[in-house]
Design a protein. Structure first.
Length: 264
């Protein structure tokens, strides 16, 4: 079915940050990237406005002559910057949402997947093993610290640029239901650790909020208890028998002092 430019612009306006126009045009990698970054942190969604006519033409089978003049795509500084940014973003999300997973495993894996996702946008791709190897090596050099996500992302992006290539043509495209299913699984895998961490944090905050009324009550009653204790010490008030029995002294030293005062 031929794609219409008006429909693409409508989807861009209604659900552009979620990549609806990319799903319509069959650009699933781009759509997933937009879903996980909310339209490329907003800027990428606005940038799509000028590229929609070319993408619609490409989805309808039109291809500009000479766009694949060589076997290796041309170096794109914009794609390189996107790889570094998204790789760092994925690494920080892994450090935040997966604190129970060793940092040497979670962070470089997330960085490599983020760089590979940006590398697969459009008609290009890269070798995933090389990207992951570079990310793990850089993370190992920095001993898996949180600050290692930036050099790991930079190393993985350089590896992706060195091993970039065009996607093969003629591959059958899966049905829309299967595509949406795969996109949903990817979004769930990304959001589940963050949701779990958020629920744990919310439970801790809720417990603190529930303890606040009791703490406030204790704070308000503190002057009354202090005054009563001072009155007992000065002899203006007598302590209750239950409290005297609870102290374990028979009889209490203060009770003896009060009895002698009354005799006098």
């Amino acid at each position: 079915m031929a794609k219409r430019l008006l429909v693409a612009y409508g989807l861009w306006a209604l659900g552009g940050p979620l990549g609806l126009h990319h799903i319509y045009l069959g650009r699933d990698s781009h759509a997933l990237l937009w879903m996980l970054t909310l339209g490329g942190f907003g800027g990428g969604w606005l940038w799509d406005f000028w590229h929609l006519p070319g993408w619609v033409a490409a989805a309808n089978g039109a291809r500009a002559p000479g766009d694949r003049g060589g076997t290796v795509p041309a170096l794109s500084p914009l794609r390189l910057a996107g790889q570094v940014t998204v790789g760092t973003y994925f690494g920080l999300v892994a450090a935040l949402g997966l604190p129970w997973v060793p940092a040497l495993l979670a962070q470089p894996l997330a960085v490599g997947l983020g760089v590979q996702l940006v590398s697969s946008v459009g008609d290009q791709t890269a070798e995933a093993p090389s990207i992951l190897a570079a990310a793990f090596l850089a993370s190992l050099l920095f001993q898996g610290r949180v600050l290692a996500v930036l050099p790991a992302s930079l190393a993985a992006s350089i590896a992706a640029q060195r091993h970039r290539r065009y996607k093969p043509h003629g591959m059958p495209r899966p049905r829309l239901a299967a595509r949406l299913y795969h996109l949903g699984l990817a979004c769930l895998a990304f959001a589940a650790p963050l949701a779990c961490r958020g629920l744990c944090g919310a439970a801790g905050v809720l417990g603190t909020l529930l303890a606040l009324p009791r703490a406030a009550t204790e704070l308000l009653l503190l002057p009354l208890r202090t005054g009563r204790l001072l009155a007992e010490v000065l002899g203006f008030a007598s302590s209750s028998p239950a409290r005297d029995r609870g102290t374990g002294f028979e009889p209490s030293s203060w009770s003896e002092w009060q009895q002698r005062a009354y005799e006098v």
